[in-house]
Design a protein around this ligand. Structure first.
Ligand code: ADE
Ligand code: ZN
Length: 322
């Protein structure tokens, strides 16, 4: 079965991480930015491990300098999503990369992205929502500024707040102020946890940050009581199997815990994280999951429904998508 046109909803997609390498190279040429070390000899993003991945990611963002650059990025990303059957996507956007956490600049970036996203919705039938994201290894002070940018622009298509970055640095609880600020502004919450951090990081995400979704969360499988809690409370995992395999967390799709978590009653969903970095697309994720676990159209329809039910969108949008 070809999964390309099968309807998909993607909840975990880093905007800069979705930039096609050719797009970044094109901007680098236009702006005379030296990106030595970002690409391998075949033109793909090149990284050794997770910390190096984060460095390469940040190096590539140097070419994204203006709202207009992000407008062009929006087109490139949404075209790729729509070509893979994605009808709804949520993307992580960071004021760290869009204007350096300056509120006026941030509004300009959001406006440019929204304009292009509206066009994509009309022309390609794909709906985009934004999750404003602080970056853990930039520290709690920058996260506060990010949360203020998020709170000031909440509503409309900015519907969530989250945290990515290096989970090995600090604790989830260092960011309570930022998450409380975002919650008070009406934003829905998610954080990366249980990717490179163990179950303790997921417990902290639930207890300290009180998020309703977890980015990755797969290492919850190492703690049966945590798996039970996730199943009972309905916290949703934004699972990105291809990302985890490429970054060396699991040997292959068959060893990935997504099927065991799902069998235990945890709400799992499927996303690509940073697709060109991990040589994946939503179609490839579906193909690999079919191959590893024998999942069928019924399974994938259920996973899409879980994602739409967990989407940070209003009820009218949800009803239209279901
Ligand atoms: N930023 C981009 N991709 C990420 C990932 N997989 N984990 C944490 N932060 C990220
Ligand atoms: Zn991620």
């Amino acid at each position: 079965m070809s999964w390309r046109s099968f309807p998909k909803a993607e909840l975990h997609l880093h905007f800069e991480g979705a930039a096609p390498p050719a797009f970044i190279r094109g901007l680098a040429k236009e702006k005379s930015v030296d990106l030595t070390g970002v690409f391998d000899e075949r033109g793909s993003y090149a990284f050794r491990d997770f910390p190096h991945f984060l460095q390469v990611y940040e190096a590539a963002t140097q070419v994204l300098q203006t709202p207009r650059d992000y407008q062009r990025l929006t087109r490139a990303v949404l075209e790729e999503c729509a070509e893979n059957g994605v009808i709804y996507a949520e993307t992580f956007l960071s004021p760290d990369f869009c204007g350096g956490r300056d509120l006026h600049a941030w509004r300009d970036y959001l406006h440019a992205i929204q304009e292009e996203a509206d066009r994509a919705e009309r022309e390609m039938g794909i709906t985009l929502r934004g999750i404003v994201t602080c970056i853990r290894h930039f520290g709690p002070d920058k996260a506060r500024e990010t949360a203020i940018c998020a709170a000031e622009t909440a509503g409309d298509w900015i519907t969530g707040f989250g945290m990515g970055g290096n989970e090995a640095i600090g604790r989830q609880g260092d960011f309570i102020w930022a998450f409380d600020c975002a919650r008070e502004a009406g934003l829905r919450l998610t954080t990366h946890a249980g990717e490179f951090g163990g179950p303790d990081s997921v417990w902290q995400a639930i207890n300290d940050l009180r998020v309703e979704r977890i980015g990755h969360g797969v290492r919850a499988i190492e703690d049966p009581r945590l798996v039970e809690t996730l199943a009972e409370t309905g916290v949703v995992l934004e699972t990105c199997p291809g990302s985890n395999v490429t970054l060396g967390l699991y040997r292959d799709f068959a060893s990935h815990p997504i099927a065991r978590l799902r069998d235990a009653g945890v709400n799992v969903t499927i996303s690509t994280d940073d697709p060109p970095f991990f040589h994946t697309t939503m179609t490839r994720e579906f193909e690999a999951l079919e191959q590893a676990f024998g999942w069928t159209a019924d399974d994938f329809a259920e996973l899409t429904k879980t994602a739409i039910n967990a989407a940070f969108c209003d009820e009218g949008t949800r009803a239209r998508l279901l």
